[in-house]
Write a protein that binds this ligand. Structure first.
Ligand code: SF4
Length: 77
């Protein structure tokens, strides 16, 4: 499992999550930040740091949010 950064990040891109991640697995993309699904240890620390509630655990993604996991996987490919 991993946490996934979704739609609200695109308008916000505030980046508070980056420094809070203990394994340094959040990186800036062109239009949003991405969590590396292979490095995320599921600690959940970034969830509370996000001012726009953009970070969702993989198992709670809605059908319209699954795209963001694929987008993250492609980013770190
Ligand atoms: Fe980093 Fe933890 Fe967020 Fe995963 S859940 S991206 S390890 S802060």
């Amino acid at each position: 499992m991993a946490f996934v950064i979704t739609q609200p990040c695109i308008a916000e891109k505030s980046g508070e999550c980056v420094s809070i991640c203990p394994v340094d697995c959040i990186e800036a993309g062109e239009d949003q930040f991405f969590i590396d699904p292979n490095s995320c240890i599921d600690c959940g620390a970034c969830v509370a740091a996000c001012p726009v509630n953009a970070i969702v655990d993989e198992n709670s993604l809605g059908p319209d949010q699954e795209f963001f996991l694929e987008k993250a996987e492609s980013f770190f490919d």
